[in-house]
Structures are given as C-alpha cells and as structure tokens.
Design a protein around this ligand. Structure first.
Ligand SMILES: Nc1ncnc2c1ncn2[C@@H]1O[C@H](COP(=O)(O)OP(=O)(O)OP(=O)(O)O)[C@@H](O)[C@H]1O
Length: 342
C-alpha cells in the first residue's frame, strides 16, 4: 500500500510525521486450553501531520489504549501485532517502529516521541524526590552537562508555570493536578517532535483538567510537535483536537476535521456521540443507543456497529464497510453513507 500523503494545499504534499497502515493487534489469551483472540486493533490506517493534534475518541473498551500502545511500540504479551506498519518521520528520517531494536526504540521515545500513558503519574518514584525522576529519565537523553541540564529543566518548568521548587518535593506532597503537570513536564523536557497522550486528564476535576489541557496545548504549539491524543470525552476533543478519529470496536469508523465532525458527522455512531453531548439550556432527554458494544473476542460479522445501527441494511451484516473519503480530510466507513457495493 502506498503511503497516504496529506495534502495541505493543491501543490504541496507534506510527508506525515506518523503513518499507520492496516494495523492489527490482538490480545491472545487462553481459556479452557483454547486460544482466543481479542481483536482490539483491527485494520486501522491513519496519518498525523507535523504540528497536528489528532484526537482518538470512542467508548470504553473500543481499543483506544491498545491502538496507542501499538503505535508507540509499547507492546507486551498477550498483546501482539498481527499485521500492518507504523512509521514515524523525524527530521526527514523514517523510523519503522517494528524494525527498531529495543535500545533504538528507547532512544526515539525520549528524544523524538513522548508517551504520556494512562496513570502516568506513577512514573514518579514515590520514595524519591522528583528531581531524581528527571535525572534518571531525561539526563541520559539530553547530551548536556549537569549544570546546563538543571538550567534547562528549571526553564522548562517555569515556562509551564511550575515552580522549580517541585524538584525537591516527593510526589505525595503534590496535588493530583500538580503531579500530572509535573509528569507532563518530565515527558516533554526533551522537546519531542511527537507527543502521545492517553486520557491525561481522567481522574482530575474539571478546573484542573482545563489547566492540564491548556498546558499540553501550549507545549504542542511552542514545540510545533504533532500530538496524538486519546480521550473518550468528546467535549475535550472539541477544544483540543484539530482532527478526530472515532474508534468503534477496534476499527476506525469516521475521521474528520473537528468542526466538520461536530457539525456534519455522517456515521450513525459518531452522530450519536455528538448528539449525546450536553448543551446549555437544552433540557430534552438524550436518546441512548440500544444494545451494547460487541465483544472483541467474537465481534459481529460485517460492520461491527450494525446490530445497534438505526440505518442497518442487509449488506451491513455481511461485508465490512471500507473507510472511504467522502470529502477532503473526511473519511467514513458506512454503507448507508457511501452506498452498498453492487
Ligand atoms: N491485557 C489484556 N489482556 C486481554 N485483553 C485486554 C487486555 N487489555 C485490554 N484488553 C481488551 O482489549 C479491548 C480494548 O481495550 P482498550 O483498553 O484498548 O480499550 P479503551 O478504548 O482504551 O478502553 P478505556 O477507555 O476503558 O481505557 C477490551 O476488550 C479489553 O478488555
């Protein structure tokens, strides 16, 4: 398959910073002696351009975290890659994540690619002062003398409105919001070109959540980094993401620029997600979707959404709808939108 290039203008083709092609990753578990595949990432292709914030949304257990882990190469059994490729382009050099040796991947993770995982605050060692975490994780990758390194760390903290005094604190002395902000400072001190964050604001209250999101957006703008951002919270995508991909049961079902997605979503599942957002002054009851998300160990054939879909046709239970471009930067996988195959 050819690399999907992102057209920014009619004449300029910009090489994406991230290109994911036909990615499949399953958890293989054993039950009563029989292997069972949980198809958490099932044939996903997407690109993220330089400086772009790409949001991934979808309900719980749809495969968002598995997709992120697979993209950054944080793959541990029982998760394994079944097919597809993940390529990053940093400074004109291409890195095929699955061709890299563990030490090469580790070096890229700190220098170019930062991964803020769910519960990332736990990277701060609870029995050591925070400065030790900065020294252990960041110092080996920055190629600076000690004095310059600490100057750089303090500058970075100040730029993020954090008092450099946090370096002398233990994690338990900080509030949840401060701990998360400190973790993000740690993850970005090496000025990565690509930041991946998985639900970085879950478990924080709304005010702190806003501070953390503003901080991430500021870092992304300041560094000009690309940003792959996972949250189930559509209202957060509305304020943070340039483009959003909607995942349902391990597959990408729609992808569009954020304003398009919120104004003119075409997939019935995306329409449901957008319609269920609360609106000030609107007291009408929100209609909920019937049924439950499918088991990824035994998903329905054809379109995985068809058992819950108000527009389902015969073909939807038989064939998998491909993700098709219906307008520039707008793709959708739904036969009701793109027409059934003849
Ligand atoms: N270690 C594991 N072993 C087996 N199955 C797993 C494992 N981790 C996740 N899964 C399964 O993979 C599927 C996708 O899970 P994943 O955590 O990627 O979803 P998610 O969209 O990130 O959910 P959430 O928003 O709740 O974090 C789920 O069915 C989940 O039960």
């Amino acid at each position: 398959m050819q690399t999907e290039a992102l057209l920014r203008s009619p004449d300029i083709v910009v090489e994406p910073t991230l290109t994911v092609e036909r990615l499949k990753a399953y958890y293989t578990t054993k039950a009563f002696g029989i292997d069972r595949d949980i198809r958490a990432v099932d044939d996903i292709s997407l690109t993220v351009a330089k400086g772009e914030v790409y949001g991934v949304a979808g309900e719980s257990s749809s495969g968002k975290t598995s997709l992120i882990k697979t993209i950054v190469g944080a793959i541990r059994p029982p998760l394994h890659v079944v097919g597809g490729t993940v390529r990053f382009n940093f400074g004109g050099q291409t890195y095929d994540i699955y061709d890299l040796k563990p030490d090469e991947l580790q070096a890229i993770r700190w220098r170019h690619l930062s991964y803020i995982m769910q519960g990332s605050m736990n990277v701060l060692n609870p029995v050591r002062r925070i400065k030790h975490s900065f020294y252990d994780f960041a110092f080996p990758h920055m190629g600076l003398g000690r004095a310059t390194f600490w100057d750089r760390v303090r500058d970075h903290l100040r730029k993020l409105d954090l008092d450099p005094g946090v370096l002398d604190s233990y994690p338990h002395q900080l509030s949840g919001g401060m701990r998360q902000r400190t973790t993000i400072a740690l993850a970005t001190v090496c000025t990565p070109e690509f930041i991946v964050a998985d639900e970085p604001t879950t478990a924080l209250d709304v005010i702190v959540q806003r501070d953390v999101l503003t901080m991430l957006r500021d870092i992304q703008r300041d560094l000009g980094s690309s940003f792959l951002f996972v949250t189930h919270d559509m209202s957060v995508h509305a304020t943070v993401s340039d483009r959003v991909g909607i995942v349902y049961a391990g597959r990408l079902v729609e992808e569009a620029d954020t304003p398009t997605l919120f104004r003119s979503a075409r997939h019935p599942y995306t329409q449901h997600l957008v319609a269920s957002l609360p609106k000030i002054g609107d007291t009408t009851r929100r209609a909920s979707l019937s049924g439950r998300p499918p088991s990824l160990a035994d998903p329905p054939p054809g379109c995985r959404f068809h058992p819950r879909c108000p527009l389902a046709m015969d073909v939807c239970s038989k064939e998998v709808p491909p993700l098709v471009s219906i307008a520039p930067r707008h793709r959708v996988a739904c036969f009701a939108v793109t027409g059934a195959p003849s």
